[in-house]
Design a protein around this ligand. Structure first.
Ligand SMILES: Cc1ncc(COP(=O)(O)O)c(C=O)c1O
Length: 391
C-alpha cells in the first residue's frame, strides 16, 4: 500500500489549528486564537466583488494577477513608502499571504537548503520551508528591557554553507515587534554578506501604532533595498481590510524570482479569484477611512489588554508597536498548549499557545485583540481571573 510521502509527514501540523479545532467543537467560546476580528469585511469591498462578478470577472486571469490590480499595488507603494515598482515585472498577486510565502520560498530554496527564521513567528513560514523540503533554523528574538531585538550574533552562528534564505516578520505575529531602521539595515547587510534571499513578511504593515502620523505604515524593507537585491516582501489583504476569507495577497520580488513565481503559480492555484482581485483594487483605492477607524479601535484594544495584564504578578508584556496581538510571557509556564486547553475548557476563552510560534514561544500565550469589546472584555476578565487563581 502506498503511504503518504515521508516528506509530507515531516511537516508538523499547526498547533494554533490544533487548539482551534478543539474550540470549534465547543459552544459559547470567546474566540481569540486566530488572527482575525469578528467584524465582517466592510460593505464597500463586498459590493465591489458583487459588481465585479456582474461585470464578468468570473474568468481566468493572468498568473501574476490582473494588471490593473498590480498597478494599484504599485501605486500604493509609491504613496505609502515612496518606492517605485514595475507592476509588470516585480509584483505577483497571490491567493493569500500564506500562498505568497509558500511560492516565494519554493522559488528561493532547493531541497536540502537551509533557511533561518526569526521567531517567535507565525508557524506557516517555517512550515513552508519544510514543504519545500528544506530545513529551517529558528533564531529567537531576545527581550531586551522593554523591547524585542534581533540577535545578530545568533544569526551569524546559525549560518552554514547551506543557508539560502532569512525570513523575518515585521510587524511581528505574535510579538508586535516592528523592525527599527537600524535592524532592517542590519538584516539587509547580513543577507547581502551571506548571499541569502531576504524574505520580509510585511502583512501587518498597516497595523502600526508608532508612526510619525496616524495611519503611517511600518516601513517596508523595500525602502532600503534596491530592486537588484535578493529581497522578497510578502503581503496580504486579510488583516488591513478584514478580508481573511477572501484569500488575496501579493509578493514583491526581484524580477527573476517574480517571473518564476508567476510561472509556478499556474501549477498551484493559477491565480487569485478574479472578482476578489477587483474587490482588492477597491480596497486599496477607498480603504483609508475605514482603516483609520479600525486602527483607533485596535489601539484601544491593545491598551485594554496591556492594562489588564500589567497588574498580574509573573506576567511580562512589552507594549507591541504593531499587528493585533499581545504575547505575554508567564513565569513558570512550561506547557502553553496544556494551559490554553485548560483555559478553554474551564473559561471558554480560546487563545493560541506560545509553543505554536517556534523557538522562544513556549512560556507565552497569544491573544488576538482584533475582536469587538463585547468579546474582548469578558475574555480578558476570565483570563486574568484564571491567571490570578494560579492558571
Ligand atoms: C505573519 C503572517 N503572515 C502571513 C499571514 C497570512 O495571511 P493570509 O494567508 O490570510 O493572507 C498571516 C496570517 O495570520 C500572518 O500572521
Amino acid at each position: 500500500m502506498p503511504l503518504v510521502a515521508h516528506s509530507a509527514e515531516l511537516v508538523p501540523r499547526s498547533r494554533i489549528r490544533e487548539l482551534a479545532e478543539i474550540a470549534m467543537g465547543m459552544e459559547g467560546v470567546l474566540r481569540l486564537y486566530f488572527g482575525e476580528s469578528n467584524l465582517p469585511t466592510p460593505d464597500y469591498i463586498k459590493r465591489a466583488a458583487v459588481e465585479a462578478m456582474a461585470n464578468g470577472y468570473t474568468f481566468y486571469t493572468e498568473n501574476a494577477g490582473l494588471p490593473s490590480l498590480r498597478r494599484a499595488i504599485a501605486e500604493n507603494y509609491r504613496r505609502l513608502h515612496g518606492v517605485e515598482l514595475d507592476p509588470a515585472g516585480e509584483i505577483v498577486v497571490t491567493a493569500s499571504g500564506v500562498q505568497a510565502l509558500n511560492l516565494a520560498i519554493r522559488c528561493a530554496l532547493d531541497p536540502g537548503d537551509e533557511a533561518i527564521a526569526l521567531t517567535p513567528a507565525w508557524p506557516n513560514g517555517s512550515s513552508s520551508v519544510a514543504m519545500a523540503n528544506a530545513v529551517v533554523r529558528q533564531v529567537a528574538h531576545p527581550l531586551c528591557g522593554h523591547r524585542y531585538v534581533c540577535d545578530f550574533a545568533a544569526l551569524e552562528a546559525a549560518v552554514t554553507p547551506g543557508t539560502r534564505l532569512l525570513l523575518y516578520t515585521s510587524p511581528s505575529n505574535p510579538l508586535g515587534w516592528v523592525a527599527a531602521e537600524d535592524e532592517q539595515r542590519g538584516l539587509l547587510e547580513f543577507a547581502r554578506r551571506h548571499d541569502l534571499w531576504l524574505l520580509a513578511d510585511e502583512v501587518y504593515d498597516r497595523l502600526y501604532y508608532s508612526g510619525a502620523a496616524p495611519g503611517d505604515p511600518a516601513p517596508s524593507i523595500l525602502r532600503l533595498a534596491t530592486r537588484r537585491d535578493a529581497v522578497i516582501a510578502v503581503q496580504s489583504f486579510s488583516k488591513t481590510y478584514c478580508m481573511t476569507g477572501w484569500r488575496l495577497g501579493w509578493l514583491v520580488a526581484r524580477r527573476d524570482l517574480a517571473a518564476k513565481a508567476t510561472e509556478l503559480n499556474e501549477f498551484i492555484v493559477s491565480h487569485a479569484p478574479s472578482f476578489a482581485q477587483k474587490a482588492g483594487e477597491t480596497a486599496l483605492a477607498e480603504g483609508e477611512p475605514e482603516l483609520r477607524r479600525m486602527l483607533g479601535r485596535l489601539e484601544e484594544n491593545r491598551d485594554l489588554c496591556c492594562q489588564a495584564l500589567s497588574g498580574i504578578a509573573g506576567v511580562t508584556l512589552p507594549t507591541p508597536d504593531g499587528a493585533f496581538y499581545v504575547f505575554p510571557r508567564i513565569d513558570g509556564l512550561r506547557d502553553s498548549f496544556a494551559f490554553c486547553k485548560r483555559l478553554l475548557e474551564e473559561t471558554r476563552v480560546g487563545l493560541a499557545p506560545g509553543v505554536a510560534f517556534g523557538a522562544g514561544g513556549e512560556g507565552s500565550i497569544r491573544i488576538c485583540y482584533a475582536a469587538e469589546r463585547s468579546i474582548l472584555e469578558p475574555a480578558m476578565e476570565r483570563l486574568t481571573g484564571f491567571l490570578r487563581a494560579g492558571g
